[in-house]
Ligand binder design. Sequence first.
Ligand code: ARG
Length: 559
Amino acid sequence: MDYKKYIAERLTVEGVSEEEIYCSISLPPNSEMGDYALPCFKFSKVLRKSPVMIAEGLKSSYKTDDVIKEVSAVNGYLNFKVNKVGLASAVLNEILDGKEKFGASEEGKGKTVCIDYSSVNIAKPFHIGHLSTTVIGGALYKLFKFLGYNVVGINHLGDYGTQFGKLICAYKHWGDKDEVEKGGIHAINELYVRFNSEADEKMEKEAREYFRLIESGDKEANEIFEWFKALTLKYVQGIYEKLGVTFDSYAGERFFIDKMQPVIDELRAKNLLKESEGAQIVDLEAYGMPPCLILRSDGASLYATRDLAAAYYRKNTYDFDKCLYVVAYQQNLHFKQLFKVLELMGNEWAKDMVHVAYGMVSLEDGAMSTRKGKVVWLEDVINKCVEKACAIVEEKNPGLENKREIAEKVGVGAVIFGALYNNKIKDIVFSYDKVLSFDGETSVYVQYTCARANSVLSKAEEEISIPEGYEPAAQEFEVIKQLASFPAILKEAADKYEPCYIARFAVDLAQKFNKFYIDCKILSAEGDAKNFRLALTKAVLQALKNALTILGIGIPEKM
Ligand code: ARG
C-alpha cells in the first residue's frame, strides 16, 4: 500500500495537483516528528500565504482515520503519524503474498516503450564507454516490464559507414580467415587499427571501392561484412548474457538505408530541406542549433538521416507511447536536432521521444576509451572484477561451496551497480576497490545483507506467520516504512528514467535492516516478536531481490 498516495488523495491544495503533493511528501529523517511529512513552503507562492498558515489550514481540514492517526503542523510542515500496527501488517502481507511481484504494477498496461540502448558498433571494440548505456538501458527495460508496459529493446547497430570498406581492404591485404575466425572481434579490430596507421593512398582508394561494393550488393564484400557482423554479435552476446540484458530487435543503421527516401521526400515536400554548399540540410538556426545535415554533397546519408528513418519505422511498427534513447550526453545536440526535425515535420509524437543521457565512465588510472588502440574493453573490466571478487570470497569464506558462481554474481553485480548507483548524468570514475567494498554503498553490501537474511531464515524452524496487532519498535518500523516506499520508488525511477533510485533504495533498505538486525534479536526472540521479525526478514529479502533483479544483479544464497 502506498501511504504517500493515501495521504495525497486526502489533501486538497488549491492550484496544486495531487501528483505534485504526492511527490512533495517525504520521509522525515527523524520519525519523532512524524512518519511522513509535507513541506508547505513550496505552496507559498501559489497560495500567497506563509508555509506556517498553509500547514495549519491543511491540518484543520485533514480527517484522521485508522490509517493516519495523527496530523500536526510544525514550522510549515504537515506531519503525519501512521497507524504503525496497520501499516506493518499491510506491508508484510503485501510483500509475502506478492513475492516476486511485490512492487509490480499494471500502470503500463496497453502502453509501449521502445528503448534504444547499448547499440554496438560492428567490428569496433565494446569498451567501458558502453557500460552505462547497456546497464541503464537494461535496467529500464526490466523496470518498465515490471510496471506492466510492453517494452521493445532495440540495439541500433552501428553497422553502416565507410569504415567497413577499410576493414575489408585491411582483411584482403593482411587478414587470415582462420585467425579472424579464432580472434573474433579482437582480430577484426586489430585489422582496423592497422589500416588507420599504415594504409597509403592506394589502399584508401581501394577501401572506398570496397565500401561501394558493399553498397551495390556485391556478393563477396557483403559476405565478409556479414561475417564480421556475426563475429561481433556473438562476442557481445556473451557479455549481454553476463549482464543479463536482452533485445527484441537488432535493426541497425544499415536496416534503414532503404527506408530513408520517403523521409527525405517528405522533408522536401514540407519545404524543410535547403541546399547549403551542395549538401541538403534542415535549417535549425531559429532554434539556436546548427543545421541538421541530411545528405552530403555526394548524396550520402548521415547518422541523423538514418535516425530519422528509424524513428518513423519505430512509430509505425510499434506505435510507441515513448521512445527512449539511452545514449551518452556527447550526443545531446544530435538528439535535440533529431527531435526538432521530427517536430517540424508535424509529428505530434515527436514529444514522446526522450534522450536518456548519461555521463562518462573512466577508470581510476585515467584510462577511458578509444585513444588509438588503447582501449579498455568492457569484458576485461568485468573479468577483473570477477577475479577480485573470487579473491575476496576466498578470503572471507573459504569453506563456501560454488565459490566461482558466487564470485560471478558479486563481480558482475559490482560492475553493474558501479555504473548505476549515481544519477546517470554524472561522470563516474570506476574503482574496483570501491565497487567491491563490503561496507560501502555497493551491490556487495546489499548481496551480503541478502545472504545474512537467508541465513537467519534458514535457521528458523517455524512456519513464518505475520502476527496480528504487533506494535513495531522504532528500528522495525524504519524497515517497514522503507519497504512501503518501494512501489513509489519504482514509479519515480521510471518517470525520471533513473535506475539509481532503485539502487539507492536497496542500499537504504539494507542499512535499515542491518541496524534492526544488530539491535533486535530475531531467532532468540519469542512469540509475536519472533514471528514479526522473521516475517520482516523475509519481506526485506524479497524486496532486495526484486530491486536487484530489476537492475540485472544476481543474488547468491550464501556469501
Ligand atoms: N552506435 C552509436 C554510438 O556508439 C549509438 C547509437 C545510439 N542510437 C541511435 N539511435 N542513434 O555512438
